[in-house]
Design a protein. Structure first.
Length: 398
C-alpha cells in the first residue's frame, strides 16, 4: 500500500553576520507591523458588519507600501509579509470555526520574532541556504542531515528570548514510515514523584529540570529586578534570565523526546489519561511542579509520533477512577488522598502500588474503548460514539 510522505520540520541553529542580523530584525518588525495593521483593518470592518479576506488585505499591503509613512515595508522581502497575512487568515478561520479565540495583536517585546519564507523567498543549493535580500548564505550548524534528495518547501527564521537564532526547514521526509506491528500495549500514568508509571511496573523518575536550576534562575531574576527599566544593563540581565529558562526548556524537551520515541517504538497501543492540565495548574501548591512535568507536551509528542509510525494513542476520560479501582477484582474504593501511595483491597486482599494500579486500570479501560469503538478524546474533539466507561444511553439516540 502506498504511503504519503510526512512533512517534517528540521530545526537548526545558525549564526548570522551583522548585516544578516540587521536585515532579519527589520523583517521581523515589518512582519509584526503588517500583521497588526491587517488585524486592525479586519476588526474595524467586523464592527461595521463587513468581512475582509486575505485577498483584500493583500491589496491593502500594496497600498501601504505606496504611502510615505510605510514606505520602509518595501525594503524587506515581500514573501514574509504575504505569509503573515495568510497566518492571519488562518487565525480567523480557526476563530470562526470555534477552535481558537479571537486573534490578538503582536507585541514588540512579548511576541515571537519570526519570518516565514516560501520557495520564492530563498535559495537552497549544495547544502547552503540563502534568503531573499541577502548575498551570503546562512552559517547553519547542521546538527543532523536533511533527508537525501529533498529540498525545503518552507523556511522559517526565528529568534528566541535568549537571543539565539534558529532556522526551520519544512520538507517531506520519506524515511518516516509505519513501524512493524507490535503486539504490546501499555498504560501510562503521569505523576510528579515519578514522571511516568507504566502498567508493566516500570517507573520513570521525574528529572525536575526547573528545580535543579531554581537557585540560578532566582539569582538572575533578582538581579533583573534591580535594574532600571529601559537601561542597557537591564537588557543584559533579561538575557541572563532567558538563557536559564532556555536551558531548562531544552533539557525538558530532550527528555520528553527520548521517552516518547521509546514508548512509540516498543508498543502498538498506548493508553493515557485525558487530564485537564489547564485546570490542575490552578492549584498554587502544585502549579510549578505540574508545569515542570510538562504533561501536555508529553501527550502532544506522543500523539504525533504515534501518527507517524502507525501506532494508536487512547485517552481515557479524566473522571475514570483509575487510582481507586482494584485492578485485580474491580472493587472501587472510597476517597483516597494523594498521600496514600499504597493500599490493600478489602475484597481480594491484593496490595497495590497507587501509580502502577492506576496504569493497569488505564490500560484495561483503554483496550475496552478500542474494542467498543468509543470516543477516546472527549476533551479535544467531539466523541465519535458513547464512552465505553459510561454505559448510560445517549439522549440523542433515536
Amino acid at each position: 500500500m502506498a504511503t504519503t510522505c510526512v512533512k517534517r520540520a528540521f530545526k537548526y541553529r545558525f549564526h548570522p553576520t551583522d548585516a544578516q542580523a540587521a536585515e532579519l530584525s527589520r523583517t521581523f518588525g515589518c512582519v509584526r507591523k503588517v500583521y497588526n495593521l491587517a488585524l486592525a483593518a479586519r476588526t474595524q470592518a467586523w464592527a461595521r458588519q463587513e468581512r475582509i479576506n486575505y485577498n483584500q488585505t493583500s491589496a491593502m499591503l500594496t497600498a501601504w507600501k505606496k504611502t510615505e509613512k510605510l514606505a520602509y515595508l518595501k525594503e524587506v522581502s515581500s514573501v514574509p509579509l504575504q505569509q503573515c497575512l495568510r497566518h492571519l487568515q488562518g487565525a480567523f478561520t480557526n476563530f470562526f470555526g470555534k477552535r481558537a479565540s479571537y486573534p490578538r495583536f503582536k507585541s514588540r517585546k512579548k511576541s515571537r520574532r519570526s519570518a516565514e519564507y516560501t520557495t520564492s523567498g530563498f535559495r537552497y543549493r549544495g547544502g547552503k541556504l540563502t534568503l531573499a535580500k541577502m548575498t551570503e548564505p546562512l552559517d547553519i550548524v547542521w546538527s543532523r542531515p536533511l533527508p537525501e534528495g529533498v529540498s525545503p518547501s518552507t523556511v522559517t527564521v526565528s529568534q528566541d528570548a535568549a537571543g539565539r537564532w534558529f532556522v526551520s526547514l519544512l520538507c517531506e521526509d520519506p524515511t518516516v514510515r509505519p513501524l512493524p506491528a507490535a503486539g504490546t500495549a501499555v498504560g501510562i500514568d503521569v505523576g510528579l514523584t515519578h514522571l511516568l508509571t507504566l502498567s508493566t511496573g516500570e517507573k520513570v523518575a521525574n528529572p525536575r529540570h526547573e528545580r535543579k536550576d531554581r537557585a540560578r534562575l532566582a539569582k538572575a531574576q533578582k538581579a533583573l529586578a534591580r535594574k532600571v527599566r529601559g537601561s542597557v544593563n537591564r537588557e543584559k540581565a533579561r538575557l541572563r534570565v532567558a538563557r536559564v529558562r532556555a536551558r531548562i526548556s531544552d533539557r525538558r524537551r530532550d527528555t520528553l523526546h527520548k521517552l516518547t520515541t521509546r514508548l512509540v517504538r516498543e508498543n502498538q497501543t498506548l493508553v493515557i489519561e485525558d487530564l485537564t492540565v489547564r485546570t490542575m495548574v490552578r492549584n498554587r501548591s502544585l502549579a510549578r511542579a505540574i508545569s515542570d512535568a510538562a504533561w501536555s507536551e508529553f501527550r502532544s509528542l506522543l500523539e504525533y509520533k504515534a501518527a507517524w509510525y502507525g501506532r494508536e494513542v487512547i485517552a481515557v476520560d479524566c473522571f475514570f477512577p483509575s487510582s481507586r479501582l482494584c485492578s485485580t477484582c474491580g472493587t472501587l474504593r472510597g476517597q483516597m488522598p494523594l498521600g496514600v501511595r499504597a493500599w490493600t483491597c478489602e475484597s481480594c486482599g491484593a496490595v497495590h502500588d497507587r501509580d502502577v494500579n492506576a496504569a493497569r486500570n488505564l490500560l484495561a479501560a483503554g483496550l475496552a474503548v478500542s474494542v467498543c469503538g468509543a470516543g477516546a478524546r472527549p476533551q479535544r474533539s467531539t466523541p465519535s460514539g458513547p464512552s465505553a466507561l459510561k454505559q448510560k444511553p445517549s439522549r440523542r439516540e433515536p
